[in-house]
Design a binder for this molecule. Structure first.
Ligand code: PLP
Length: 411
């Protein structure tokens, strides 16, 4: 018989969002008249901006003409897009990243999962807790997570760094040395950020301990507070210890288009088992050119249009729209007596459950009494227990309706 990867059998079958979908559909079946508002899943509601749509049309015309048709593109992405990213997201902000250090992909989730191909299964991984589940599950699939504890949901080889109200959502540096550290700021799910000195501590730690930081900044464009770093490369020394992941999904409504990019600086190195020093950039290039055939030409043209003055203005308008939702939710939830975190520099609000309810208990209350779907914090890791996550990605109308239901609630 075919032998399979045993690690898959260790991963709990009930994926968070399937369990939520099941509870919501059971409730809707029993209460067909209930108008349910979904503030749970992190998908966006606004369509693509006009600049991206026009570029898509133009690119579709290119594909219809033998003179401008594009077949297989460069695996690393088209130069026109890598140049636009290097200029707008880095150079114009005073950050030293060159186009050849940028790898375009079909989204940050793929890259965050695929990057594990480069590292030994012996590597110890640290994650902040609660955490975007992809970091943990992809390491579990690769055999780096050890064994799961069914009661707590944690893995015995993963180093968890709690990030809760008790430490102001600033996780302490690990007591045990990890090889790989996942950081996500602005954070999903807590919606919190790190200041420059706080992020600098992590860079300093990684350099001192020869650890690699995998920095997920999928939500950087939601930062509103001046001085909060948008990129880890704003910190001195980060080119020697960090890979950065970005996504067009939440910035420009590309969740269905699929596009992201990963920055791998040339300075990054690792060791083979015989002690030879190798370039992480070269390894990622080799990995991508072997297993990935490049993101779609038309989608890359649409992304290029986001960097034009029109595109930038339109993207900023969409972000303002979602952040207006976030601040309305923050205000109404706070007025209702709840303790609310995030929602200032991120499209997520992280809400402490009242009266000692567990996160799934509070999920059920919000669904059954107020017909609002949230995400139970426990689904993001042990330290997510006692919280729920709301997103600001719904329409303004749905958000206003949810906010007024929540404002009336007495907990
Ligand atoms: N990183 C974080 C923290 C996310 O929350 C998400 C999506 O929800 C992603 C990455 C995935 O982004 P993409 O749509 O580019 O795969």
């Amino acid at each position: 018989m075919l032998r399979v990867n045993d690690n898959f059998s260790l991963i709990p079958q009930s994926y968070l969002f399937s369990e939520i979908a099941k509870r919501v559909s059971d409730f809707q079946r029993a209460n067909p008249e209930a108008r349910i508002i979904r503030m749970g899943i992190g998908d966006v509601s606004r369509p693509l901006c006009p600049a991206a749509v026009e570029a898509l049309h133009r690119a579709a015309d290119h594909q219809a003409d033998p003179a401008t048709f594009h077949g297989y593109g460069p695996e690393q992405g088209y130069e026109f897009l890598r140049n636009a990213i290097a200029r707008s997201d880095y150079h114009d902000r005073g950050i030293d990243i060159t186009p050849d250090e940028i790898f375009i992909s079909d989204g940050a989730k793929s890259d965050l999962g695929n990057i594990g191909d480069l590292f030994s299964t012996d590597c110890r991984v640290a994650v902040t807790d609660p955490v975007y589940p992809v970091y943990v599950d992809t390491n579990a699939m690769a055999g780096r997570a050890g064994r799961p504890d069914s009661a707590s949901g944690s893995w015995d080889r993963i180093i968890y760094l709690p990030s809760t109200a008790e430490n102001d959502f600033v996780p302490a540096l690990p007591l045990q040395r990890p090889d790989i550290i996942y950081l996500c700021y602005p954070n999903n799910p807590t919606g919190t950020v790190l200041t420059r000195p706080q992020l600098a501590q992590w860079v300093e730690y990684a350099l001192a301990n020869s650890a690699l930081i995998l920095f997920d900044s999928a939500y950087e464009s939601y930062i509103t507070t001046p001085g909060i770093p948008h990129s880890i490369y704003e910190i001195e020394g980060a080119r020697r210890c960090a890979i950065e992941f970005r996504s067009f999904s939440k910035t420009a409504g590309f969740t269905g288009m699929r596009l992201g990019y990963t920055v791998v600086p040339r300075e990054l190195t690792g060791l083979t088992s015989d002690g030879t020093q190798v370039s992480i950039h070269q390894m990622w290039l080799r990995r991508q050119t072997t297993k990935f055939n490049g993101a779609s030409y038309v989608v890359q043209r649409a992304a290029e249009a986001l960097f034009t003055p029109e595109g930038k203005r339109q993207v900023a308008e969409t972000i303002r729209y979602y952040m207006a939702n976030a601040s309305l939710l923050r205000q109404k939830l706070t007025e209702a007596g709840l303790k609310v975190y995030g929602g200032i520099d991120a499209p997520y609000l992280w809400v402490k459950t009242p009266d000692g309810y567990s996160s799934w208990e509070f999920f059920d209350i919000l669904l059954s009494k107020y017909h609002i779907v949230v995400t139970p914090g426990a689904g993001f890791g042990p330290a997510g227990e006692g919280y729920v996550r709301l997103t600001a990605f719904s329409s303004a109308e749905a958000t206003a309706a949810a906010a007024s239901r929540l404002a009336e609630a007495k907990y």
